[in-house]
Design a protein around this ligand. Structure first.
Ligand SMILES: *[C@@H]1O[C@H](CO)[C@@H](O)[C@H](O)[C@H]1NC(C)=O
Ligand SMILES: *[C@@H]1O[C@H](CO)[C@@H](O)[C@H](O)[C@H]1NC(C)=O
Ligand SMILES: *[C@@H]1O[C@H](CO)[C@@H](O)[C@H](O)[C@H]1NC(C)=O
Ligand SMILES: *[C@@H]1O[C@H](CO)[C@@H](O)[C@H](O)[C@H]1NC(C)=O
Length: 470
């Protein structure tokens, strides 16, 4: 009795010290400010250049641009670029991270399970779809003779803490999460014979993105050929074997691995009592949407949870901007969200300013470049003189992000008291009025004089499969 008390005490002490150490290391990470990340104080700190090839398969590949880290990032976000060849399938799987996908080019069928219901969604260019962490899905490239390009935001907040994200393949023979169970467990769980099981689990794994050809029907071709109810049944069976992992949304990082393992091991079939948060929703097409802002110099669209309900669960917003050649998104700042942007077409310049009024970045960007802008930081984007500058992006808030413009006819300077403003700038009111009223356009301004003259060198295109390294 006495002895067990003492060892309990020792355990407490150990737990306490462990806790202190964890807090210290977190504290240290938190000390990292801007300019201290990799690359030091280089002007390109707001460019996301650190990427990994996370999937390389016969039918395509996926690259992930890693989120910056540090004190001023309130919500890290990786950006994924998925390329699939014609007639390929991204096998059924679930991830430890939430995905907001944007179809950049091509057509696809997305199979998803939400609230125990199986559904297929046909997706085309401009479509947005939210796949919660732990939710099973597959993606089939249905575009005839066309590559499928998908850009996605990857939210690691529920992840197991690996560098990018962790997929759990349901299909894929020996790589399936089912393959680790012993044969007897599986034959009785599936109620099939050993040869039947073997055929399913021992088929050769050719990577997570596989070709589907009529010539050589694979297990997936036959699966995809099933009627919807059969697919549902089949899928449900698989889902039952991983019950729990999609319900336990709030992983605490230390026990999440155990939870996942336990939930996979837990073969008891428990009804999935979803709270409605993962019901299958339709996709939303951002190209079809009316522009939120438009003038002669460009347009912009921003999607929040009022427009597309699932964004509420994702905690992510989406925006799309198209500037005509030589135009500028006026200097502004986001009071509520960090913005991650990906250049889709053309080239331009991104200028970001530190809180102390010095330039933080002034960078030429082109197709495939990924940049980020911390909330509160003032910034602007300028299209080059030669072509329209198009970029898509994700914001870390699903609620209406009201950008505050510092210049232009809707500028916040115009709403302030002119007398006080003139005093603050140290000029008289006439000069002050002239300064804030000279620009008659708002949001997107014509600025050919400062626009970078030419395309410049092309950046790294994450969709370009021939481009192996940075
Ligand atoms: C297993 O399959 C056999 C037929 O192959 C069927 O008679 C039996 O009811 C099934 N058992 C379960 C538990 O589904
Ligand atoms: C952006 O604008 C240009 C013309 O200014 C147009 O050619 C292009 O298709 C637009 N992009 C999108 C996605 O609408
Ligand atoms: C402004 O802040 C940045 C980032 O903290 C720093 O690197 C820079 O030296 C500062 N500049 C001045 C003039 O204080
Ligand atoms: C602006 O501030 C001045 C000086 O404080 C004051 O006299 C004036 O009434 C203010 N104007 C408005 C529109 O509030």
């Amino acid at each position: 009795m006495e002895k067990s008390k003492r060892s309990f005490g020792l355990l407490l002490v150990l737990v306490f010290f462990h806790g202190v150490m964890v807090m210290r290391s977190n504290g240290y990470e938190g000390e990292e400010g801007w300019g201290e990340g990799e690359g030091g104080r280089g002007k390109g700190w707001f460019m996301m250049k650190d990427w990994r090839q996370v999937i390389k398969s016969e039918g395509g590949e996926m690259r992930v641009v890693i989120s910056p880290r540090g004190r001023i990032i309130e919500k890290p976000m990786h950006i994924g670029f998925l390329t699939m060849e014609p007639k390929t399938l991204f096998v059924p799987q679930y991830l430890d991270s939430g995905l907001l996908i944007f179809i950049r080019q091509g057509e696809a069928t997305l199979g998803v399970i939400c609230k125990d219901k199986f559904g297929e969604r046909r997706l085309k260019g401009g479509d947005i779809y939210w796949i919660p962490a732990g939710s099973v899905f597959y993606l089939l490239n249905t575009g005839i003779g066309q590559r499928l390009h998908v850009i996605c935001s990857i939210d690691p907040s529920q992840s197991l803490g690996f560098e990018t994200f962790q997929p759990f393949y349901i299909g894929g023979g020996p790589s399936s999460v089912l393959a680790g169970f012993d044969t007897d467990t599986l034959t009785s769980a599936f109620n099939v014979s050993q040869p039947e099981l073997q055929q399913m689990m021992m088929s050769q794994f050719r990577g997570p993105i596989v070709h589907i050809t009529e010539r050589a029907p694979t297990m997936w071709t036959s699966f995809l050929g099933l009627r919807e109810e059969e697919k549902h049944k089949h899928f449900k069976k698989l889902l039952e074997m991983k019950q729990g992992s999609s319900q336990n949304k709030q992983y605490d990082s230390s026990s999440s691995w155990r939870n996942i393992v336990r939930s996979i091991l837990d073969l008891t079939v428990e009804k999935n009592k979803g709270s409605g948060s993962s019901e299958c929703e339709d996709s939303y097409n951002i190209y079809d949407r009316k522009h939120d802002f438009q003038n002669d110099y460009g347009w912009s669209v921003a999607l929040d949870s009022e427009d597309y309900e699932p964004l509420k669960n994702s905690g992510v917003g989406v925006y799309l901007v198209n500037l005509t050649a030589g135009s500028m998104m006026a200097p502004h700042m986001n009071p509520t969200a960090t913005e991650y942007g990906i250049v889709l077409a053309g080239s331009g310049e991104i200028q970001i300013v530190f809180p102390n009024g010095t330039s933080a970045m002034n960078m030429r960007v082109s197709v495939g470049d990924v940049f980020w802008i911390p909330r509160y930081f003032a910034f602007c984007q300028i299209a080059s003189r030669t072509a329209p500058f198009e970029f898509v992006g994700f914001t870390t808030s699903a609620y209406k992000n009201r950008p505050q413009f510092l210049v232009g006819s809707n500028s916040l300077l115009r709403t302030l008291n002119l007398t006080s403003l003139a005093m603050a700038f140290g000029v008289d009111e006439v000069k002050m009025r002239r300064l804030i009223e000279a620009q008659q356009e708002a949001v997107i301004l014509p600025t050919a004089a400062v626009a970078p003259p030419h395309q410049g060198e092309t950046g790294f295109d994450p969709f370009d499969l021939t481009n192996g390294k940075v």
